[in-house]
Write a protein that binds this ligand. Structure first.
Ligand SMILES: NC(=O)c1ccc[n+]([C@@H]2O[C@H](COP(=O)([O-])OP(=O)(O)OC[C@H]3O[C@@H](n4cnc5c(N)ncnc54)[C@H](OP(=O)(O)O)[C@@H]3O)[C@@H](O)[C@H]2O)c1
Length: 241
């Protein structure tokens, strides 16, 4: 579902994690609304291919590496809307999982975000929006996801704090529920279909979110100029079950 009212005409939208899933859906919607879109992905070949197919600008960098991010963003033009989506599914119990691996949950969502915001600094326009991504785990953690849940909650707190620190720039968070994106295949492999079906059975709406539905909420934050310090849940009632 792509609206085309030109509401982002000539705005520069940077989507970190824009080469796949929710980020790619957001990039396509922003472009359809007239934006100039830069995507940032991890894998250079995939990011370049997606960018060329969709006429986006692109950068590839590991957001958990401060120096790499600084170099990748050094020649970026002024950013009007920044969307932070890059992340992997970090699962493992506190007692058993490798500690360095568990660190990734925070490195990607908290420190990575800070590296990007600090690298952009004054290139973030004064009326810019920044949209973070948390996730339903922030409210409904499960066994083996305590650290990812903690990182997701931290994203929401960080966004509220930054809404004050970075004002008049606006800072918000979108919290998706289970969303049918490539992340599910990456993390569940052949178990993906069974997982989606079991979620559908439990959810009030009997369906999981599409990447376009989550992207619509991100565009809402970009374009509604009174929204700041807020979290919107796009989860089909997943927090209620
Ligand atoms: N899908 C869900 O059910 C769901 C639910 C709740 C929250 N979320 C959160 O929403 C965000 C986006 O998820 P998605 O489903 O759209 O995932 P996705 O399809 O796997 O896309 C993830 C994106 O992040 C990029 N990325 C990952 N690690 C990176 C790194 N270290 N440096 C730079 N880029 C990196 C990937 O780049 P490459 O493609 O080049 O690797 C890709 O563009 C994630 O933070 C996820 O935790 C997702």
């Amino acid at each position: 579902m792509i609206r085309t009212n030109g509401i982002l005409k000539d705005k520069h939208v940077m989507i970190v994690g824009g080469s796949s899933g929710i980020g790619l859906a957001t990039a396509k919607q922003a472009k359809a609304e007239g934006a100039i879109v830069t995507i940032v992905g991890f894998n250079p070949d995939q990011t370049e291919r997606i960018a060329k197919e969709n006429e986006f600008e692109w950068r590839a960098a590991d957001i958990t590496k401060q120096e790499t991010i600084k170099v990748a963003l050094s020649d970026v033009r002024q950013v009007d809307h920044l969307v932070l989506l890059a992340g992997t599914f970090v699962a493992g119990t506190v007692l058993e999982a490798d500690i360095d691996y568990l660190h990734k949950a925070f490195d990607e969502r908290i420190w990575g975000a800070l590296y990007i915001i600090r690298s952009l600094d004054e290139m973030l326009s004064q009326d810019a929006s920044i949209t973070f991504t948390s996730g339903v785990l922030a409210d409904r953690p499960g066994p083996g996801t305590a650290i990812l849940a903690a990182a997701s909650s931290a994203v929401e707190s960080l966004a509220r704090g930054l809404a004050l620190e970075l004002a008049p720039r606006r800072v918000n968070t979108v919290s998706p529920g289970t969303t049918d994106s490539p992340l599910l295949s990456k993390s569940l492999g052949s178990g993906r279909e069974a997982f989606i079906n079991s979620m559908k059975e439990k959810l009030p709406l009997k369906r999981v979110a599409t990447t376009d539905q989550v992207a619509l909420a991100i565009l809402f934050f970009m374009t509604n100029e009174i929204m700041t310090g807020e979290t919107v849940h796009v989860d089909g009632g997943q927090r209620l079950i």
